[in-house]
Design a protein around this ligand. Structure first.
Ligand code: NAD
Ligand code: IPM
Ligand code: MN
Length: 350
């Protein structure tokens, strides 16, 4: 496996180190050569050189790597997030990674924050459309800096874009034995894109009579995720609603430090990153939880066809959580690197 690694900023660097450590441990245990090539793109690199991503970099990643692993981006010294837009969103858009695959699975009862529920009640997947919506950067400012300033930010959905993520959600449901897909939008207030999502979703749903399809407005979806997460198996939604719903989903898994994601396009190179950001105040302190990044490495293994290794890595994380061999945010007292070591020590194969 040849993996491009972009640690990025803040705790992105700390957790990526641990995720790579676990991939290398798996590689040794399974005689599966893991080659990593690190790229320095980050706020530091941007501030020092003026470069976010070099020209042609994404073509290089697509051609020469099996997968990309990214940490997190965001630094108070770059308030407009230009580097994050060009590196992280840049990769999603340039590589057309239209599926943002965000499993919401609680690994241990001690992490479940909902009264009266246990870990096994939280087990669903969010498919976030990843190349359109409010993230396309269409818009602008008029009379900027004056009292008459106007700001416009367009929310763009295309038939092709909606259809392919909806279809992916149904295919995933069918292939994984899940029986329900919920589409979530805000079509009561945003008629134009909402109408396209509604028509497309229910048309595609007709091709999957074996899968139950339903709709919830995004505000109601968030409420129901907290009220009773057992009702959800697969959720499909747009770029921004998926971003918000998966931070809530992270809280159901024990916090942002536990949530993993993959940015996919079947047949093309994929990019993997934890759901959390760069948490600048924790950078370099040893307090960042590496488990979200390690579970992201497990998603990478799964997507590259190493399901046994992915399951072993996830099981090792679950064991660490159960034994309290974890960072403070999930009830342990270990540092970031000690938590990564603890996972490596618990990886087992029959
Ligand atoms: P954040 O996810 O960085 O952190 C929010 C809070 O969640 C932290 O203060 C911390 O309490 C907790 N947290 C997050 N990850 C953790 C971990 N691994 N271990 C322990 N606790 C953890 O979100 P934010 O503070 O809103 O954003 C910080 C910066 O990160 C901003 O610049 C933001 O734009 C950026 N961001 C980047 C990404 C990404 O690169 N994928 C994602 C989200 C936010
Ligand atoms: C995420 C992040 C990004 C997003 C930010 C950093 C642009 O919040 O990956 O969830 O909104 O997609
Ligand atoms: Mn987010």
């Amino acid at each position: 496996m040849r993996i491009a690694v972009v640690p990025g900023d803040g705790i992105g660097v700390d957790v990526t180190r641990e995720a790579v450590k676990t991939l290398e441990a798996i590689g040794r245990l399974r005689s599966l050569p893991v080659e990593t090539v690190h790229f320095p793109w980050s706020a530091d690199h941007y501030l020092a050189t003026g470069e976010t991503v070099p020209a042609g970099a994404f073509d290089d990643l697509a051609r020469n790597f099996d997968a990309i692993f990214m940490g997190a981006f965001g630094d108070p010294r770059v308030p407009d997030m230009r580097h994050a837009a060009e590196i992280l969103l840049g990769a999603r858009f340039a590589l057309d990674l239209y599926v943002n695959y965000r499993p919401v699975r609680c690994l241990d009862d001690r992490l479940c924050p909902l009264k009266g529920f246990s870990a096994s009640d939280v087990d669903f997947v969010v498919f976030r459309e990843n190349t359109e919506g409010a993230y396309v950067g269409a818009g602008g400012n008029l009379k900027k800096g004056t009292s008459e300033e106007v700001a416009v930010q367009e929310d763009v959905s295309t038939r092709k874009g909606v259809e392919r993520i909806v279809r992916y959600a149904f295919e995933f449901a069918r292939a994984s034995g899940r029986k329900r897909v919920v589409m979530s939008d805000k079509s009561n207030a945003m008629r134009f894109v909402g109408d396209l999502w509604q028509r497309t979703f229910f048309q595609v749903a007709r091709e999957y009579p074996d899968v139950e399809s339903s709709h919830l407005y995004i505000d109601a979806l968030c409420m129901q995720m907290v009220k009773d997460p057992r009702q959800f198996e697969v959720i499909v939604t747009n770029n921004m609603f998926g971003d918000i719903a998966t931070d809530l989903g992270a809280a159901l898994q024990g916090g942002l430090g536990m949530a993993a994601s993959g940015n996919l396009h079947p047949g093309k190179v994929s990019m993997f990153e934890p759901v959390h950001g760069s948490a600048p105040k924790y950078a370099g302190t040893g307090r960042a939880n590496p488990f979200g990044a390690i579970l992201t490495a497990a998603l990478l293994l799964e997507q590259l066809g190493h399901a046994t290794e992915a399951a072993a890595l996830e099981a090792a994380v679950a064991r660490c959580v159960r034994e309290g061999r974890a960072t403070a945010d999930v009830g342990g007292s270990l540092s970031t690197s000690a938590a990564g070591d603890a996972v490596c020590e618990r990886i087992e194969f029959d």
